[in-house]
Design a protein around this ligand. Structure first.
Ligand code: AMP
Ligand code: MN
Ligand code: MN
Length: 347
């Protein structure tokens, strides 16, 4: 019998409501089935979304640690054509469990996919997922309609890390510092350091459990937000030089030529949207980031009145009401023309 979190005597008194308890849309029967599938598997193949952020990679690695401690063979990956952990997530423990997509099992018995709002976000590992016997989808995107053979989706959770924490407990695992570091990376990333409206009491309660393991939250914050290569300042300056305010839309772009001048990796651009969205006059902020393949990754943010997830969904992407994105294969001008059109339609 796999222990149930509610029966565990070592559950911290301060645990409060876990996602999944009291009104959460994930039924107990789904958790039970997940535990059964994992219990039966000798090998578990984990995946998270392409261009992984702290929530995707952190949730996946946290669960990887627990599965490994249960004696499972574990592989973990994400389906990017250029397989590299972003520098700012380099501090996450457990990266020895990562394998590039070409070394991933072609048809896993059991695959668990984290923080992927759509099947497309599984990227190159989509073929592996399509051939897998069972696929468990662990996610918190409201737009996720469920593409697994078993879906553990809670659109009210601030981060997939909240569901990953619950999976850790339900598998009988204990929070140690490594697991807590991974989960904390997910929680702080997706709540914007506990600033977004998704930051509920349950989020702070989870943070308390994680911090109690001895986390250096100051060091994690510095790794995630307070350091960059010098070239970032130059690329940022360039992006801000051409930032444009059009009514209630503020936007800019960063090309790969801009980055090449300073040898700046694509993943260093993640924070630019947080600077651009400061403009008081704007309701919606957009940053177009050209990746190493020449495709434009479009980051969008709303202050609340506009549902950017709806705009991005219409353009082939998705996300959350206030933070969403998509990929564009057109020029900056064409991309923005289509974005403006969809924005007008939605708002
Ligand atoms: P980002 O701007 O990269 O921080 O992404 C914000 C949100 O948009 C994320 O939580 C993702 O769920 C979503 N998102 C970003 N890029 C894409 C994409 N290409 N397709 C679908 N969803 C995306
Ligand atoms: Mn994510
Ligand atoms: Mn997430």
């Amino acid at each position: 019998m796999t222990p149930d979190v509610r029966d565990r005597t070592d559950r911290p008194a301060s645990i409060g409501r876990l996602p999944g308890e009291g009104g959460c849309p994930i039924p107990e029967s789904s958790w039970d089935r997940a535990l059964r599938l994992i219990g039966q598997a000798d090998e578990v193949a984990l995946a998270c979304h392409v261009n992984p952020d702290g929530d995707a990679l952190g949730s996946m690695l946290a669960v990887a640690f627990v599965l490994r401690s249960m004696g499972k063979r574990v592989v973990a990956s994400f389906g990017d054509r250029i397989f590299a952990v972003p520098r700012l997530l380099g501090f996450l423990p457990g990266q020895e469990m990562l394998v590039p997509p070409e070394e991933y099992p072609a048809a896993p018995d059991l695959m668990i996919v984290f923080d992927c709002s759509t099947f497309e976000r599984v990227g190159l590992l989509g073929a592996n997922a399509a051939s897998a016997r069972e696929v468990i989808v662990v996610d918190h995107h409201p737009s996720n309609t469920g593409f697994g053979t078993l879906d553990l989706i809670d659109a009210d959770a601030a981060a997939t890390a909240m569901l990953a924490e619950q999976l850790v407990y339900r598998l009988g695992g204990r929070l140690d510092r490594d697991i807590a570091t991974c989960l904390y990376a997910g929680l702080v990333t997706d709540t914007g350091s506990f600033r977004y409206s998704s930051t509920t009491p349950a989020v702070h309660q989870m943070a308390a459990r994680l911090v109690a393991t001895g986390l250096r939250t100051d060091e994690i914050a510095r790794e995630l937000w307070d350091r960059s290569p010098f070239g970032y300042l130059k690329v940022l300056a360039n992006a801000l030089e051409r930032v444009t305010l059009e009514g209630r839309l503020v936007w800019t772009y960063v090309s790969r030529v801009d980055r090449a001048a300073y040898g700046l990796p694509y993943s260093e651009l993640e924070g630019i949207i947080d600077i651009v969205r400061r403009a008081d006059e704007a309701e919606v902020a957009v940053v177009l980031k050209e990746d190493d393949h020449g495709d434009w990754q479009v980051s969008t943010r709303s202050k609340g009145t506009v549902d950017v997830a709806a705009v991005c969904a219409a353009l082939g992407g998705g996300g959350h009401h206030n933070a969403a994105g998509y990929t564009s294969y057109e020029t900056v001008e064409e991309t923005m023309a289509k974005f403006r059109r969809e924005l007008r339609r939605v708002s």
